[in-house]
Write a protein that binds this ligand. Structure first.
Ligand SMILES: [Zn+2]
Ligand SMILES: [Zn+2]
Length: 351
């Protein structure tokens, strides 16, 4: 039995082409030679959160989901800011993200953690097969030539930002050694967690945290990921209702990006922030017995894989596999019965 989530032969990381990405992880070590002025750390914190906002508020909530409106100049600035996070161009990013929502945790989902944690986290980005923008999924923004330009040259904004930090560093310290120290920390060091924390939304946010809503994927809600990504940790909420400009659905679900968007709407830079309708908040709640198809599929796929494994082995090993399989099937059965019971209770309550 083949595993539907196994990567195809052309789904491999090109380590040679990925070398610049890997080397960038080591560049901050340059600060060991130059030393660093305290302002370098401040710049790192500011650039981390500002660029996280551009990824979550611009690449994700605007370009991928159109969760609010804005003018053409602001739209360009949002795309430019997003590019500074060095996560490829806005059209590439948003089109691939739309694809994720279309096929979440199904065999066609490019970065489902069911293909392996590292694959969902970063390896899929380093795979040449997915270098191209999925133009068919982003016609609404691909019509703007200035966005196509940024999408073709996404390295330009981070280059300009890096040079600006270097110039600022020179202005602060008065020496090139000091300027590079500030750049190693302020620009390069802040970029590394910026990458991995946003990648967590594709990897960890489908593995770690709690599920409130029954969705057909494995998305989860996590305060920790929400704090690291300025609001993207409420990923189960987001998969439940994607058009909203907010992902923290309740006041206690901290969503910094949403607060910034509200602020921007108050000063007129953005408008029509889409909210979460009241009926959506209380629909498909797992605790009220909604059938959790996403998790059921996950358990079921594991059982099928274990069965396939057991069938290909013999002797003692097969007996071990058989035992594990029986346990897994019993657990799956218990889960299905629990879901069925809760659904029944819900239906009875509704009658
Ligand atoms: Zn999304
Ligand atoms: Zn997701």
């Amino acid at each position: 039995m083949s595993n539907a989530f196994q990567n195809a032969p052309d789904e491999r990381v090109d380590w040679g082409a990925s070398l610049p990405f890997l080397v960038l992880h080591l560049v901050p070590l340059g600060a060991l030679y130059t030393g660093v002025h305290w302002s370098g750390w401040l710049i790192a914190a500011v650039l981390y959160y500002v660029r996280v906002f551009f990824i979550t508020g611009a690449y994700h909530r605007y370009f991928s989901h159109r969760s609010y409106s804005t003018g053409r100049v602001m739209q360009f600035l949002l795309a430019f800011g997003g590019c500074t996070a060095i996560q490829k161009g806005p059209l590439w990013w948003a089109a691939h993200h739309r694809h994720h929502h279309k096929h979440s945790d199904m065999p066609d989902d490019i970065h489902s953690p069911k293909r392996g944690f590292w694959w969902s986290h970063v390896n899929w980005i380093l795979c040449p097969k997915y270098n191209e923008t999925r133009w068919e999924l982003i016609p609404d923004f691909a019509k703007y030539p200035e966005l196509r330009f940024l999408n073709r040259h996404p390295w330009l904004p981070p280059l300009l930002l890096g040079l600006a930090v270097l110039a600022l560093g020179y202005w602060i310290t008065g020496t090139w050694t000091g300027a590079w120290g500030i750049t190693f920390i302020g620009f390069f060091l802040s970029t590394v967690p910026l990458w991995h924390c946003t990648f967590f939304v594709n990897s960890l946010a489908h593995v770690f945290g709690k599920r409130r809503y029954a969705t057909r994927d494995t998305s989860r809600n996590s305060l920790l990921i929400a704090l690291l990504t300025a609001g993207e940790g409420w990923h189960n909420n987001h998969h439940h209702y994607m058009p909203a400009a907010r992902q923290g659905f309740f006041w206690w679900e901290i969503d910094i990006t949403y607060y910034v968007l509200v602020l921007l709407s108050k000063i007129g830079l953005v408008s029509n922030l889409r909210g979460v309708p009241e009926r959506v908040l209380h629909k498909h709640l797992i605790k009220q017995g909604a059938t959790d198809l996403g998790m059921f599929q996950k358990h079921w796929e594991r059982a099928l894989r274990a069965l396939a494994d057991a069938q290909t082995r013999t002797g003692e090993l097969a007996a071990e596999q058989k035992k594990a399989l029986e346990e897994l099937i019993a657990a799956t059965k218990a889960k299905v019965e629990e879901i069925a019971k809760l659904s029944g209770q819900k239906e009875a309550a509704e009658i």
